[in-house]
Ligand binder design. Structure first.
Ligand code: PAF
Length: 297
C-alpha cells in the first residue's frame, strides 16, 4: 500500500477501475467494511484520510478528533487498500476556499438544522476528492444517512461521473453504532448510549407490526431516551430517504434518524425502511467481537 499526500500522486497510482472511500480516519469496522466493498468492486482502492476543518462548527470537536495515521495505515493495508491519501490542510486548501458547494433543502432538517455549514463543508471536500481523484465509485456508510443523501445529489447535480454507494451501519456487539467518537465515552456513558439503538430497534419492530405514524415511531425512540439517565435528545425524525424532508407516514423509502448528546459526545444513529411488496428495515450488522476501536496500541 502506498501512503501519499498529493492528488497528483493518487492519480499516478490508478490502475483500471478506481473506488474511493472518503474518511476522517481513526478506522473502525464500519470503515473497513467500506474498504472491503471497494476492494471487491474495483482494481484500485483509494482511501482518503482527512479531518476536514470546513465541516466542523465553532465549539465542535475538530481539535480533539482522534487521529493515528500509523494505526490507520496498518488497518487499511490489512484489508487490501492500494493507496492511502492523507493530505495536509495546505494540500486540500492551498488558500481559504472562496468557492464552496452550497446544499439546499437537504440540509434543512436533522443534523443540517443543528450544525449550520456542516454539509456545505462535507460537500465541498467531497467535491474536491471527486475532482482530484476521479473515482468510478465512492462508498459511504448509512450511519451518516443525511450525508449520503447530500452526496448522491452532489454527484448528480454537479455531474461528477461517479457512482455513490451506501453500505449498512456496522454496530458493536451490544448494538451501539460504530463511530470513531465512541472512544470519547466513559463506561457509564457507553452504557447510556445504547438508548439510541434500543429506541430505533423498538420503532423498527413496531413498524413491522404495522405502525405507520411518524409521530408514533418517533415517540418510541424519545421514550427510550427519556428513560435513560445521561442522554439528551437533540432530534428524532422520520424523513424521506432522498429529500430528507420529514414525513408524517411511513409510506415510502425513508429513515428514522436520531441525534443525542451523551455527556459531551454527540452521537447519531438511524434505521432505514424500504417499502417493496412489504415493509423491510435495516438496522445494520453487529460485530461478533469487540471493535478494533478499543485495541490498545
Ligand atoms: O463521513 C465522513 O467521515 C466525512 O464526513 C467525509 C465524508 C469523509 C467528508 O469529510
Amino acid at each position: 500500500m502506498k501512503i501519499v499526500t498529493t492528488f497528483a500522486e493518487v492519480r499516478a497510482a490508478h490502475r483500471g477501475t478506481v473506488s474511493l472511500v472518503p474518511t476522517m480516519g481513526f478506522f473502525h469496522e464500519g470503515h473497513l467494511a467500506l474498504m472491503r466493498a471497494a476492494r471487491e468492486r474495483s482494481d484500485t482502492v483509494v482511501v482518503s484520510l482527512f479531518v476536514n476543518p470546513l465541516q466542523f462548527g465553532r465549539g465542535e470537536d475538530l481539535d480533539r478528533y482522534p487521529r493515528d495515521l500509523d494505526r490507520d495505515a496498518a488497518l487499511a493495508e490489512a484489508v487490501g487498500v492500494d493507496v492511502l491519501f492523507a493530505p495536509s490542510v495546505e494540500e486540500m486548501y492551498p488558500s481559504e476556499p472562496e468557492i464552496r458547494v452550497t446544499v439546499g433543502r437537504l440540509a434543512d432538517y436533522l443534523c443540517g438544522r443543528y450544525r449550520p455549514g456542516h454539509f456545505e463543508g462535507v460537500a465541498t471536500v467531497v467535491a474536491k476528492l471527486f475532482a482530484g481523484i476521479q473515482p468510478d465509485v465512492a462508498f459511504f456508510g448509512r450511519k451518516d444517512a443525511q450525508q449520503l443523501a447530500v452526496l448522491r445529489r452532489l454527484a448528480a447535480d454537479l455531474s461528477f461521473p461517479v457512482e455513490v454507494k451506501g453500505r449498512p451501519i456496522v454496530r458493536e456487539q451490544d448494538g451501539l453504532a460504530l463511530s470513531s467518537r465512541n472512544v470519547y465515552l466513559s463506561p457509564t456513558e457507553r452504557a447510556s448510549a445504547l438508548a439510541l439503538s434500543r429506541g430505533l430497534a423498538r420503532a423498527a419492530k413496531a413498524a413491522l407490526d404495522g405502525v405507520r405514524s411518524g409521530a408514533a415511531l418517533e415517540a418510541l425512540v424519545t421514550n427510550e431516551i427519556d428513560q435513560t439517565a445521561g442522554v439528551d435528545l437533540q432530534y428524532v425524525n422520520l424523513v424521506d430517504a432522498d429529500t430528507v424532508q420529514p414525513i408524517e407516514k411511513l409510506d415510502r423509502d425513508s429513515f428514522l434518524a436520531v441525534a443525542a448528546y451523551v455527556g459531551e459526545t454527540r452521537l447519531i444513529d438511524n434505521v432505514h425502511f424500504w417499502l417493496r411488496d412489504r415493509l423491510e428495515y435495516q438496522l445494520g450488522e453487529r460485530l461478533q467481537s469487540p471493535s478494533v476501536l478499543y485495541e490498545r496500541r
